[in-house]
Write a protein of this length. Structure first.
Length: 489
């Protein structure tokens, strides 16, 4: 289906949504959205002041009692209607994602499908929340356990998946009976605003979801997190920022969900199916141009297959076409901005200076846009920054290992623990890796793990809490225990 880009951009609200009204705000700096493939200005939207943020929180607080009391079935049906509307307009959303974020259109379509599933999953979860009732052990009373929405929530989303990260937070919050203020990333606010119009079309009451865009998030977050009306913070972003938000949230003892950085190991053992391993590597590394917290960062490959794995992966990487994500056949779109290009190239140069081998890529092209080619580095030494920092770019860093214990030690040698990938044909070894790797998620002979029905989240400094799955909705619920006298005593 052909989509008129100008008409599509015209349908995106350029204001803030506060209490059911799209408005220009009260003096915040406007937010400029640029196409990373060309650098051209796409659209300017209103930026929120701190006063706007507090007004949005006030609206969420006012709307909360009625929304919490809304029957679960009604909340579920609103999410299901929104799911249907999103599927009907999938091509529009895919084009908008590519325009403001840069990923290839095929991947943007996949994000729309993935993001929509959170609406469907949590629409099905909303009406299935249950407590429990039973006698106390002494038999003198009855224990009643019930679940209740935590209250107004502040949702902070990143730029790399502008739709899916919004639906992954908004859907469980609404399903649980919470109201929200969402702050999308300043680089990609358009998709979130357009999505919220679907919620409005589906019948969302005023004040249940509020949208505040800002290019200066620090003061906004400081004010909202410090306000006693806020009861929950959900953040997806870097670990350093997450730590700052956690420290602020601790002052109000807020519920928090923190999906932070990653440094995913990708283990290829000597008995791995190399065709499957290379296929998995292409997904785990180059999906979203490497700009994903789940992206494989460190490729740990057994010495007996390291050369062949490197050869095959290099050949596949050389075949990836780089360009504007709207062009047919493009697999590597632009990085989000010039800072991302500079960081990626600095990590590559550091590894090469330390003795790594360049097999392909490694040089940013001249011309407009923020492009960096698919890059494969072999024999990356232990001191390289590539092995410590989250790359967030299309760079493969391969390090050989000699045995299972060494592989596990290298994989766990990081402050992060989001996801790991393991390729082996041994069932026993696969089971051992699940037990031994210090990550919240593991892909066993697969290169992607994200699924709306599964609990997404990490260990160590990769975060707290879970998004998706049965666990996801409970992040927005609090437990109440009631004791009543036994009717038989």
């Amino acid at each position: 289906m052909s989509v008129d880009v100008s008409a599509l951009l015209g349908s995106v609200p350029d204001g803030l949504l506060i209490g059911g009204e799209w408005q220009p705000g009260s003096g915040g700096k406007p937010v400029e959205v640029r196409d990373p493939a060309t650098g051209t200005l796409v659209k300017t939207v209103a930026g929120a002041s701190v006063a706007d943020g507090l007004a949005a929180l006030a609206a969420a607080d006012t709307a909360f009692p009625a929304w919490a009391a809304t029957p679960a079935r009604a909340r579920a049906e609103l999410l299901r209607r929104t799911f249907d509307l999103l599927r009907e307009r999938a091509e529009e959303f895919a084009l908008l994602i590519t325009t403001e974020m840069g990923k290839p259109l095929a991947e943007a379509r996949a994000e729309v499908a993935y993001g929509a599933e959170f609406l469907r999953w949590f629409s099905e979860s909303a009406a299935h929340l249950q407590g429990r009732y039973g006698p106390s052990p002494e038999g003198t009373g009855r224990v009643i356990v019930t679940q209740h929405p935590v209250g107004p929530c502040y949702l902070v989303t990143p730029w790399n998946f502008p739709l899916a990260m919004a639906t992954r937070k908004i859907a469980p919050a609404l399903a649980a009976g919470c109201t929200v203020v969402i702050k999308p990333a300043a680089l990609t606010p358009l998709t979130t605003s357009l999505f919220v119009t679907l919620l409005e079309d589906a019948g969302m009451p005023a004040g249940v979801v509020n949208v505040v865009n800002t290019a200066d998030p620090g003061p906004m977050s400081e004010a909202l997190i410090g306000d006693p009306r806020l009861r929950k913070l959900s953040f997806t972003g870097s670990t350093p920022v997450g730590k700052l938000l956690l420290a602020r949230a601790a002052q109000g003892v807020l519920r928090t969900s923190m999906e932070l950085g990653g440094n995913a190991p990708f283990l290829v053992f000597e008995d791995a199916d190399l065709d499957r391993a290379v296929d998995g590597a292409m997904v785990a590394k180059f999906r979203n141009i490497g700009q994903a917290c789940t992206a494989a960062n460190r490729f740990l490959v057994h010495t007996s297959v390291a050369d062949e794995f490197t050869r095959r992966l290099t050949e596949r990487a050389r075949g990836l076409r780089m360009g504007n994500g709207t062009e047919p056949g493009v697999a590597i779109g632009p990085l989000i901005d010039q800072r991302a290009v500079a960081k990626t190239h600095a990590l590559v140069r550091d590894a090469l200076d330390r003795g790594a081998t360049l097999h392909t890529g490694g040089t940013a092209p001249d011309g407009p846009g923020t492009f960096y080619p698919a890059t494969v580095l072999g024999d990356v030494p232990a001191g390289a920054a590539l092995l410590r920092e989250e790359i967030f770019g299309p760079v493969v860093a391969i390090t050989p290992f000699s045995d299972e214990d060494e592989a596990v030690a290298l994989a766990n040698d990081t402050e992060y623990g989001l996801v790991s990938y393991v390729f082996t044909e041994s069932l026993a070894r696969g089971q051992r890796m699940v037990e031994r790797l210090h990550t919240g998620m593991t892909g066993l002979n697969v290169g992607a793990v994200s699924n709306a029905a599964a609990p997404f989240g990490g260990w160590k400094q990769s975060g707290l809490g879970r998004e998706g799955g049965d666990e996801g909705i409970h992040e927005y619920l609090q437990t109440k225990y009631t004791l009543t006298p036994s009717p038989f005593v």
